[in-house]
Design a protein around this ligand. Structure first.
Ligand SMILES: O=C(O)CCC(=O)C(=O)O
Ligand SMILES: [Fe+2]
Length: 452
């Protein structure tokens, strides 16, 4: 694990313990739609959380998306992730797959997920079968739709903010139609990070009947959690998260005549605040919700389990400056620029022995090994179930990595030669040693932690 992550985890744990202490045996109140002040609380403390009810989305899109979810499940294409939380390796209770822009990845809780590419006609991607190809296309369409709705909702938010001084209804709006004839979000013009299109969706699935243990929500007593309190990580600052919810009648479940199945809900709370009541919003099949603007930063959310099996498609703007295939390929090219194959004898040589050049290559060596190759291969063959998209690039990255291994050996052989002054060797080692040590530690960590 990265040192910074460990440090942040530690700080968070201390803060959390303090909150729980302050709370003692009591619980903080939370409100649901059954409570009188629910809508007022929504408007005052959670206005950037918005729901669009099932009716507002075209019914064909519901059908296509719901069929896609079921196809993923039918073909065994959803997986529990081994994530790292507070220094422990844990399997997520929800089963997941990342779908998104070709070549994009999303990193959460020390795990990098590789997007199964969503299909656009012009792309030459071979899917394992038509059903999975259709499924990826469905999430592409859902993504376009949710993005258009996000733009509307952000505009509405801006209008509401400007009108805040004017009297308003008490009820937050449930949009039933696309209402895009509103002023632009960023009237000043220029790019607005908040309205970047979603580039990936993380699909979640859980059947509570087959989960023997789910954690109880600890602060409010909201019930069993499928996903614990968190902020979504690794997103563009202030970008919205848009989620489509689909719970359905499971095969083994016996419908009970007079008691409703308990509903799946989203819990929201203000981060590190035990004064403001929590907020629980039940979801029906086909509802979508949006965490607009900076809501994901100021608030935490959790998913409270209902009794039915449930899918969600969570669309996000992943921060991908170091997370695309294009990026890592170009990094590898940079590292390998220092490698020269002598045409006379076919031997590998280093072009430069400058400390900075060598160090950069070792940095990239670590990056491609731990952030890409090990992450990919640890997740096994899950991506092959969909398409051939990642196969060739991963073989190529591995090939680059092998060349970098050779480069490291060349440096170490080189500095053993007698011609080097002590200072020269020290200079190189001073920069390289930390990276080589990091490599050794990370290799050991991977061996230990992933063995389980
Ligand atoms: O399933 C949901 O509604 C949200 C899940 C979630 O919070 C996440 O995947 O980050
Ligand atoms: Fe989340």
């Amino acid at each position: 694990m990265r040192k910074r992550d460990a440090h942040e985890d530690g700080e968070k744990e201390v803060k959390k313990q303090k909150l729980l202490e302050k709370l003692g045996d009591g619980c903080i109140p939370y409100l649901t739609p059954k409570d009188e002040n629910f809508y007022q609380l929504w408007k005052s403390k959670y206005p950037k959380f918005v729901i669009q009810k099932e009716e507002s989305m075209p019914s064909e899109l519901h059908q296509v998306v719901q069929r896609a979810f079921l196809a993923l499940r039918h073909h065994g294409c959803l997986f529990q992730d081994l994530v790292r939380l507070k220094g422990k390796d844990l399997l997520t209770p929800v089963f997941r797959i990342l779908i998104g822009c070709p070549g994009y990845t999303y990193r959460y809780l020390n795990t990098r997920l590789f997007a199964v590419p969503w299909s656009r006609d012009q792309l030459n991607i071979k899917y394992y079968n038509d059903k999975l190809s259709e499924a990826c296309r469905a999430f592409y369409e859902l993504n376009e739709y949710l993005y258009s709705q996000t733009v509307c909702e952000l505009r509405q938010l801006e209008v509401d903010r400007k009108d805040a001084s004017l009297p308003q209804d008490d009820l937050p709006k449930h949009h039933t139609e696309t209402e895009c004839a509103l002023p632009a979000v960023n009237a000043e013009g220029g790019g607005d990070d908040r309205t970047q299109p979603y580039n990936v969706t993380l699909i979640n699935y859980m059947d509570p009947q087959s989960m023997s243990y789910l954690k109880e929500e600890p602060y409010f007593g909201m019930g069993k959690m499928a996903v614990s309190w968190h902020h979504d990580e690794n997103l563009i600052a202030n970008s919205t998260v848009g989620v489509y919810n689909y719970n359905f009648q499971g095969a083994e479940e016996k419908p009970v005549a007079d008691s409703d199945p308990s509903m799946w809900s989203i819990g929201l709370k203000i981060a590190w605040d035990i004064e403001t009541p929590g907020f629980v919003v039940p979801l029906s099949a086909g509802d979508s919700y949006f965490m607009l603007d900076d809501l994901n930063r100021t608030h935490q959310h959790c998913v409270l389990s209902g009794s039915q099996p449930r899918f969600s498609s969570t669309h996000r703007v992943a921060e991908c400056s170091k997370g695309t295939l294009q990026y890592i390929q170009s990094r590898c090219r940079t590292a390998l620029e220092n490698l020269f194959i002598n045409p006379n004898n076919g031997k590998a040589e280093l072009k430069s022995l400058e400390a900075m050049v060598l160090t950069q290559a070792e940095e990239i060596h670590n990056e491609v090994e731990f952030e890409w190759l090990r992450q990919y291969w640890f997740q096994g063959k899950r991506y092959l179930k969909f398409s051939n998209f990642w196969t060739v690039p991963m073989v190529e990255l591995e090939d680059h990595w092998k060349q970098m291994e050779a480069m490291t050996r060349l440096v170490l052989e080189e500095i053993e030669k007698e011609k080097w002054t002590k200072n020269g060797t020290c200079e190189i080692l001073k920069y390289m040693m930390p990276l080589l040590k990091e490599r050794q530690n990370l290799r050991q960590e991977w061996r230990q932690s992933k063995r389980s």
